[in-house]
Design a binder for this molecule. Structure first.
Ligand SMILES: [Cu+2]
Length: 501
């Protein structure tokens, strides 16, 4: 058994007990105490406004050395909803160390549904019996990640996780896919799920019999315990795989007359259209409040002209006889110094701007420390083209973006005719179906060095990621916070100084 990242002095082991951070809007400080391995933690979806120094990924932050601790200080401003944290370095994510983060609305700003009787975090993910070090060595040796051994719900195997409810009451589940490789389907026997929130956006309240959650994604559903008093299966199964992996948890009525019965309900398995149709039905609730009342105001993303289109194609192949994954032919390799620190201290030679192109290059895969420049305050379109036969999932740090369209085949300029420019959902992680594309709009209103990566963790680890450098020449604190006083300095930034403590 390994001891991994710790938070607030509580151990997080491989099959961890679940912890939640309840966060009111405002500043938050998270002390991390690290044992045994250099470690780093990031909070998926937390925007880190003006503050990429605290983002907790390789390109922004130095690793926390073994036996040391580090406190992240971050502001969760203009954001509400369901997120999670995880260790981001090496292949630590395969060891667990996750927890939910709930950013709550201010008391006077209403959410578009009555207070639920209970609010549960549900972290689901595929799981490998092998230690993270074994999996990492496998990838370092040039091989692909094998098929997972199973699926966990809140760190527990089949029948292990249970959730207690009272008959007649309504509950909120905040579900995140914290796995490494597979899209998952979530369902509860004999109960319907009403989607209410996706990664910080209140959605149209559509009811589903089951819901697909792709790698790295989070959502909230409501369900009412309106069935005869007994126990029911909660089922999570893998999507688009053969064989299909399935696990169960238990929904327990407080006045339950008996255990679960009947077969666990089946769900979609390899059907892509089912998933695409569900994805398109996930819309923003335009009349609901977000972190502020009436978050839309006079802002309509569909009325803003984009000034740049970036097309990103993922690919897989071998470099020097070893498996690699790439974006626009570039397979990312880390530099010796966090890119953000190189930028801050003006250390030359760590990375080159323009080391990844705006469009697929068409050539073979090569290695580089890929960084793309982008203008602060630009409003851009990004098209993810997935010509492979896997389901891709892309995450952009520092931002929420509008998902304006997804469809099969090759994206062309004519694809824009089908965009949803009215109520597309704003989120931070989007799937791209096999041989398909997904288009997003992003308002680049957050200065910093931001990671854009595949959430398919072996792909991310073997190069399917890069950094977007949202830059301004302004040194104003209105645009970017100063480097944290406690920022760790490593690589070529060693020996420099941050600010007086
Ligand atoms: Cu993120």
């Amino acid at each position: 058994m390994i001891s991994k990242c710790q938070i607030s002095g509580v151990d997080i082991y491989r099959r961890s007990e679940l912890r939640n951070l309840h966060v009111a809007l405002g500043f938050l400080s998270i002390p991390w105490l690290i044992q045994a391995v250099a470690c780093m933690v990031r909070r998926s979806g937390i925007q880190q406004r003006r503050n990429s120094f605290e983002d907790g990924v390789y390109g922004t932050t130095c690793p926390i050395p073994p036996g040391k601790n580090f406190t992240y200080i971050l502001q969760v401003k203009d954001q509400i909803g369901s997120f999670y944290y995880f260790p981001s370095l090496a292949f630590h994510k395969a060891a667990g160390g996750f927890g939910g983060i709930r950013i709550l609305s201010r008391p006077r700003i209403p959410v578009p549904f009555p207070d639920p009787a209970g609010d549960y975090t549900v972290l689901i993910g595929d799981w490998y019996e092998s230690n993270h070090t074994v999996l990492k060595a496998h990838l370092d040796g040039g091989k692909k990640l094998p098929f997972p051994d199973g699926i966990l719900i809140n760190g527990r195997g089949p029948g292990g996780a249970s959730f207690n409810v009272e008959q007649g009451k309504t509950y909120r589940l905040r579900i995140s896919n914290v796995g490494l490789q597979n899209s998952l389907n979530f369902r509860i026997q004999n109960h319907r799920l009403t989607l209410v929130e996706v990664e910080g956006t209140h959605t149209l309240q559509t009811t589903y019999s089951s819901i697909d959650i792709h790698l790295g994604q989070s959502c909230s559903v409501l369900f009412t315990a309106d069935q005869p008093a007994q126990d029911y299966y909660i089922v999570v199964s893998s999507r688009f795989t053969n064989p299909v992996l399935t696990t169960t948890g238990t929904l327990r009525y407080s006045n339950s007359a008996g255990p679960v019965s009947g077969p666990p309900p089946g769900g979609p398995t390899i059907q892509i259209d089912w998933s695409l149709n569900q994805a398109r039905s996930i819309r923003t609730n335009l009349t609901a409040s977000g972190p502020r009342p009436n978050p839309q105001g006079s802002y309509h993303y569909g009325l803003i002209n984009t000034t740049r289109t970036i097309r990103l194609a993922n690919s897989a192949g071998q470099v020097n006889g070893k498996q690699r994954y790439a974006v626009n032919s570039v397979s990312f390799v880390p530099a010796d110094t966090p890119l953000k620190l190189a930028d801050y201290f003006k250390i030359e030679g760590v990375f080159r701007i323009g080391s990844i192109s705006d469009n697929p290059y068409g050539g073979g895969i090569y290695l580089d420390t890929s960084v793309m420049n982008a203008d602060y305050r630009a409003f851009i379109e990004i098209v993810f083209q997935n010509d492979e036969d896997i389901v891709q999932s892309w995450h952009l740090d520092g931002y929420s973006f509008f998902v304006v369209g997804m469809d099969g085949g090759q994206w062309t300029a004519a694809s824009r005719n089908g965009y949803n420019l009215r109520d597309g959902v704003s989120r931070c992680t989007t799937q791209v179906y096999p041989k398909s594309w997904t288009a997003i709009y992003v308002a680049l209103d957050n200065v910093g060095m931001w990671n854009l990566r595949s959430e398919y963790w072996a792909r991310q680890y073997l190069g399917q990621q890069f950094y977007v450098r949202v830059y301004t020449t302004s040194a104003s604190l209105r645009d970017e916070y100063p480097i944290p006083k406690n920022a760790l300095l490593c690589g070529r930034a060693s020996g420099r100084s941050t600010r007086p403590l």
